[in-house]
Design a protein around this ligand. Structure first.
Ligand SMILES: Cc1cc2nc3c(=O)[nH]c(=O)nc-3n(C[C@H](O)[C@H](O)[C@H](O)COP(=O)(O)OP(=O)(O)OC[C@H]3O[C@@H](n4cnc5c(N)ncnc54)[C@H](O)[C@@H]3O)c2cc1C
Length: 427
């Protein structure tokens, strides 16, 4: 029997360690030194580096990378189980060496980089000696890559990049920008002349102009004109990782809702005894588990095939995660009443994160289109006006199976007619 929802005892031990480590080490860090994890300040490094070392010592560093790409090769299913814990803590993905946008860029380097590119960029990114950002979206349109204009022209031993990008997350603090041009993806050191950060853009997601930016020929990643293929590969992995971490946020909101339901009284009973609060709990319980099973099944499918072959499932995870986070965080806020509406609990940030999830990594609509299109490939139109399941036609077909029996025994045919009339009369 192959369907099995259990976790290997050795990996469960790792997960238990991660859970405890996050509660005891990472949560306090997040509360007292938020942002320390990317700081170059020696005092912050002295706090953060030993935590990373503990993760490395447990063999849990950068576990998103397969063995052939230089990682420990745990696969997506184990990563999903790990991310279900890490997603509760802001700094955890970085402490475990598996935070976006670095992860996607490392995956690209691992899959398409030359030996020199891997040495120059992959290794330092893995060790967090360098930080990177991904520059794809443009101000005139994000959902449709056919609208992108940023272009690289070859000039002697260099590529010259011109264009404008919008919403490059963590661009300002990065050392390397992975720039999607219409004719390829290029690695651009952030300090290169001509890289201009627009001052009025969003603080954490930068608006960047690339003005005659020159990079050596070997800064092209993968083949020339391969941008769309590389971008698909990069974003596919990222989306499922976000969905894994969204489960963690949903669970946290759910735990808060349940704790409050047992702690607060109104109109003569604890609020968890009011049916509408029970409905909020019951619906959230079912929705979180539906999301979780969808994500784990998708992770398992990736492990047993490829990201490309799991595209439909990944797309479904993407918008289901945003929807579940929206529903569950809203209900949790509501059950916490006035306190839920403040920033004194994590709930407001989770609720605000739901529309963000619905836009980032491609808007939900585009993923729904992908799912519907791919699903419809397995169907064919019915012949004639009525659908295949039209009962009168199906019954007439079915009666043919008994034609010989009806011919031999007319009473049997009558009995079948009576039964059909009786069922039709029942409606
Ligand atoms: C938190 C966050 C981080 C991000 N990080 C990065 C990053 O690091 N690098 C980067 O390059 N980009 C990044 N992005 C940008 C992201 O990729 C784009 O926001 C996304 O692709 C949508 O593009 P857009 O914002 O231009 O919206 P638009 O393309 O303008 O879409 C707006 C709306 O139009 C509608 N729409 C669009 N297409 C369709 C369709 N086919 N069918 C029906 N309706 C449709 C939808 O309602 C959609 O919400 C990030 C975004 C967020 C929110």
């Amino acid at each position: 029997m192959a369907w099995d929802f259990s976790t290997e005892p050795e990996f469960q031990e790792q997960l238990d360690w991660v859970d405890q480590f996050c509660k005891e080490e990472i949560e306090p860090l997040d509360l007292v030194f938020p942002g320390a994890v990317r700081s170059k300040d020696p005092k912050m490094k002295a706090i953060v580096d030993p935590l990373k070392q503990q993760v490395k010592d447990r063999g849990l560093w950068a576990i998103f990378l397969d063995k052939e790409l230089g990682g420990p090769g745990f696969g997506q299913l184990k990563l999903a189980l790990l991310n279900e814990i890490l997603g509760k803590y802001g700094s955890a993905p970085n402490i475990f060496g598996c935070a976006a946008p670095n992860t996607g860029n490392m995956e690209l380097l691992a899959a398409y980089g030359t030996e020199k590119q891997k040495k120059d960029w992959l290794e330092p990114l893995m060790n967090q000696e360098l930080w990177s950002a991904y520059s794809m979206t443009e101000p005139q349109g994000g959902s449709d890559p056919n609208l992108f204009k940023t272009y690289a022209t070859r000039d002697g031993n260099e590529w010259v990049i011109n264009g404008e990008k919008w919403f490059t997350s963590a661009g300002l603090g990065s050392d390397l920008l992975f720039v999607m041009c219409t004719n390829g993806i290029f690695v651009v050191p952030t300090k290169t002349e001509g890289v201009e950060f627009m001052p009025e853009g969003p603080r954490a997601h930068n608006h960047i102009r690339y003005n005659e930016v020159r990079v050596p020929l070997d800064h092209l990643l993968g083949p020339e004109n391969g941008a769309k293929v590389l971008a698909q590969r990069r974003l596919g992995g990222g989306r499922i990782h976000h969905a894994m971490r969204a489960i963690a946020s949903c669970k946290k909101a759910f735990d808060m809702m349940c704790e409050r339901a047992l702690s607060r009284e109104a109109h003569g009973k604890v609020i968890g005894e009011h049916q509408m609060v029970q409905q909020a709990i019951a619906d959230s319980y079912a929705e979180i588990n539906m999301l979780r099973l969808l994500v784990l099944w998708t992770a398992w499918t990736i492990d047993n095939s490829s990201t490309q072959e799991s595209r439909t499932q990944i797309a479904a995870c993407k918008y289901t995660a945003a929807k579940t986070l929206r529903e569950v965080s809203y209900r949790a806020i509501h059950v916490l009443g006035s306190l839920g509406t403040t920033d004194l609990t994590p709930l407001q940030a989770m609720w605000a994160g739901a529309p963000t999830m619905a836009v980032m990594d491609g808007v939900d609509e585009v993923h729904k289109v992908t799912v519907a299109r791919n699903v419809l490939k397995d169907y064919r139109p019915h012949e004639g006006v009525f659908p295949t399941e039209y009962i009168p036609h199906k019954r007439a077909e079915a009666r043919k199976k008994y034609a010989d029996m009806f011919a031999a025994d007319p009473e049997l045919a009558e009995q079948a007619d009576r039964m059909a009339r009786y069922m039709a009369a029942r409606g």
